[in-house]
Write a protein that binds this ligand. Structure first.
Ligand code: ATP
Length: 279
């Protein structure tokens, strides 16, 4: 029997009722993510990016279709799936190390092991000198690093990141993107990151998922076959960026979404919609 996909999103549709109207946030979204892959998701506001992330992390339900993580249906949050939000959501009354330790709250580890893990992650995100600091002493970039450390500290199998650098200035953002890519390369954790920043998506992703709104669906998946760390100034980087932008601007061919036949459930195909190989 073949190994189950690491994360398999199959024909997912999510609707919300808003003032007696039905909003289709996602429609027939299918995506198979390989172990250790870095997926980035871009798309216009309201195309369902955060909804997809929340469903994948098990923070939302009420969808049609199926999401499986290592073959098991995702039915709620799990220590195996971490999430990092745009705002770091640190507790102001806890020190940085205690905020990071919250990521281990439900994990069965000894006190000594907890301390070792927190120290290791403070080091990993470059905050070793700020263990005892309170969040008000941190810059936006440092606070976000603490948020990433909290998301990573219990070594989730998959880390979902919802616009983690969206609120940061350009220089801090570029720096943290580089750090995140190093952490990913070192730790080999599957990452799925939502962003509005096409450069960020191409810099980090093995594949860039381009979504379109109303209803939210996958328009295209752009493969990024560029060596890491990526050079944003190279012409090949520019070519991929242009490909993603072209898709976002709606100039790429769009197929109507169709449910994937149920008999393919155990071995999911590549995402149902157009796949563009670039690079
Ligand atoms: N809990 C909810 N209740 C009602 N509608 C919702 C809810 N969550 C999302 N929606 C709607 O679903 C659609 C997709 O929202 P979502 O936040 O996933 O989009 P997004 O692509 O992440 O947007 P943005 O880039 O602005 O963050 C939107 O029309 C939104 O209003």
């Amino acid at each position: 029997m073949s190994k189950p996909a690491h994360l398999a999103i199959h024909n997912v549709t999510r609707q919300f009722s808003v003032d007696s109207r039905t909003v289709t946030a996602l429609q027939y979204v299918s995506l198979t993510v390989a172990e250790g892959e870095f997926i980035t998701i871009v798309g216009a506001s309201g195309c369902g990016k955060s909804t997809l992330l929340r469903l994948g992390a098990g923070l939302d339900a009420g969808h049609e279709g199926e999401i499986r993580h290592r073959g098991d249906v995702v039915q709620g949050p799990s220590l195996d799936r971490g999430i990092v939000f745009q705002e770091p959501r640190l507790f102001p009354w806890l020190t940085v190390e205690r905020n990071i330790a919250l990521g281990l709250e439900n994990a069965t580890v000894s006190k000594a092991e907890k301390k070792r893990l927190v120290d290791e992650h403070l080091e990993l995100v470059g905050l070793a000198g700020f263990a005892k600091a309170y969040p008000h002493r941190l810059s936006g970039g440092m606070a976000q690093r603490a948020g990433i450390a909290r998301g990573l500290v219990n070594r989730p199998d998959v880390l979902f990141l919802d616009e983690p650098f969206g609120a940061l200035d350009a220089i801090t953002k570029a720096h943290l993107q580089g750090e995140l890519q190093s952490i990913w390369a070192k730790e080999k954790i599957t990452m799925i990151l939502v962003t509005h920043d096409v450069d960020e998506a191409v810099f980090l992703g093995d594949r860039v998922v381009v979504m379109s709104p109303r209803p939210g669906r996958i328009r295209e998946i752009v493969q990024v076959n560029l060596p890491r760390p990526r050079d944003r100034t190279s012409s090949t980087f520019g070519d991929v960026r242009a490909r993603v932008l072209q898709s976002l601007n709606g100039t790429a061919h769009v197929r109507d979404p169709q449910p994937v036949p149920t008999e393919t459930k155990s071995v999911l195909p590549r995402p149902a919609h157009a796949i563009a190989a670039v690079g």
